[in-house]
Design a protein around this ligand. Structure first.
Ligand SMILES: Nc1ncnc2c1ncn2[C@@H]1O[C@H](COP(=O)(O)OP(=O)(O)O)[C@@H](O)[C@H]1O
Ligand SMILES: [Mg+2]
Length: 385
């Protein structure tokens, strides 16, 4: 046995927490670095260190004893990751991959270079530069670095006024007539074996601009599903380094698939794999970290994932509707252990697994009606935020 290899994880959010839940089954130690001592991983980590994962020296000190360094958020110090890789540690994702992905402009150029279909775009420094690209409008204006969960993305047309705080450099990307938004998690093993899960369909909440519900497999033809899996595997092969790649795609109204963006880590769109697949995205990641064979991506039945986002204000979180939710067969609750709920904050999710899609839909309706994360007690004074 090659056990145990010590894993150092940058970021202590829910993705890390679900990773640790699985890693514990193999008794693999996982250390976590996060600025927040109350973060979802704080109590589960073998060793928790409070500190900034985007600070080079902090990361180097934190990971000094680890064999493997991983991330659960993209905004980390790549300088530190490069140095740790040079020291001989396994770093997943590879710092080269991460540098490309951290910048949406470099990411788009990467797709073009590798013949991977993506929406037409231009790289511009400032909002007024949009005028030079009338053919791309209407468009989406995206900050090249630092965005997440729709922050840093703005729909624009010819006479849009971009608010002062929204600063470049930007990717200006032609607006696609989207039929469905899909995501596919591709897995590249330590030995180069590449596999992909069933595509999932992301259903957005327009108010929160967050994925609200996710359907797995996506409700599309087998031809589209096969093409989506193949495209995700091409992306993983183009990046060429071990790890997991969550590939977000648009299926446009002509039936073409275009890659939107890739996350080189566990992803919200892969939570369903915990209950609905032989090996979960977290299990795959652990296998990649440890140099073990790739796991089985096959799915049993149909599934959905409903995000539980904070509702009803700020306070200590309480999940309402537990009995109704668990009263359906095949429902699984995940709470991330965040200490404070706020409107729109991701607090947990519910996965539904059933033999047929219709049954999944009925269960989702029950979950969406009853399961809500609310503040436990009304705070004395409601402050507007
Ligand atoms: N070119 C586009 N055409 C149509 N919709 C888009 C386009 N780019 C982004 N969007 C919409 O905006 C969302 C967020 O954009 P994305 O680039 O994925 O940013 P983030 O990094 O915040 O997830 C997408 O999921 C999609 O709904
Ligand atoms: Mg996205």
């Amino acid at each position: 046995m090659d056990h145990p290899r010590r894993i150092a994880l940058l970021g202590g959010g829910q993705l890390g927490r679900m990773f640790i839940e699985n890693a514990l089954r193999y008794n693999v130690p996982v250390d976590v670095l996060d600025p927040d001592p109350l973060c979802p991983c704080a109590q589960l980590a073998t060793r928790f260190t409070q500190g900034k994962f985007n600070d080079r020296d902090t990361v180097l000190r934190f990971a000094a004893e680890a064999d493997v360094v991983g991330i659960e958020i993209e905004h980390v110090s790549t300088d530190a990751l490069e140095e740790l890789e040079q020291q001989g540690k396994t770093v997943i994702p590879s710092p080269v991959v991460l540098r490309t992905i951290q910048d949406k402009g470099l990411q788009k150029e990467f797709y073009v270079r590798h013949g991977i279909p993506t929406a037409p775009f231009a790289l511009i420094n400032d909002a007024p530069d949009m005028a030079g690209h009338p053919g791309l409008l209407p468009a989406f204006l995206k900050t090249r670095t630092g965005g997440y969960d729709g922050k840093g993305v703005m729909p624009v047309d010819a006479d849009s006024r971009v608010p002062g705080g929204f600063t470049g450099p930007f990717v200006l990307e032609k607006k696609i007539a989207v039929d469905k938004e899909l995501a596919v998690i591709a897995v590249r093993g330590a030995d180069g074996t590449t596999v992909a899960y069933e595509p999932v369909e992301m259903v957005f909440d327009p108010a929160l601009n967050l994925v609200d519900t996710l359907l797995a497999p996506a409700r599309c033809s087998e031809k589209v599903a096969a093409a989506a899996r193949k495209l995700a595997m091409r992306v993983a092969e183009a990046f060429g380094a071990p790890g997991i790649y969550a590939v977000e795609m648009f299926l446009d109204r002509q039936g073409e698939l275009l890659v939107n963006e890739t996350a080189p880590r566990a992803h919200n769109s892969g939570h369903f794999t915990i209950e609905a697949c032989a090996s979960s995205q977290y299990d795959q990641l652990l296998r990649a970290y440890m140099g073990w064979p790739v796991g089985d991506v096959r799915m049993h039945g149909a599934a959905a994932m409903v995000n539980l986002v904070g509702d009803g204000g700020t306070g200590e979180p309480l999940l309402a509707g537990v009995r109704e939710t668990l009263g359906r067969a095949g429902t699984f609750i995940h709470l991330y252990g965040k200490h404070e709920t706020r409107n729109g904050r991701k607090m947990g999710h519910v996965t539904v697994v059933a033999p047929a899609p219709e049954e999944v839909d009925r269960a989702v309706a029950v979950v969406k009606t009853h399961a809500k994360v609310v503040p436990a007690a009304k705070p004395e004074k409601q402050t507007a935020k």
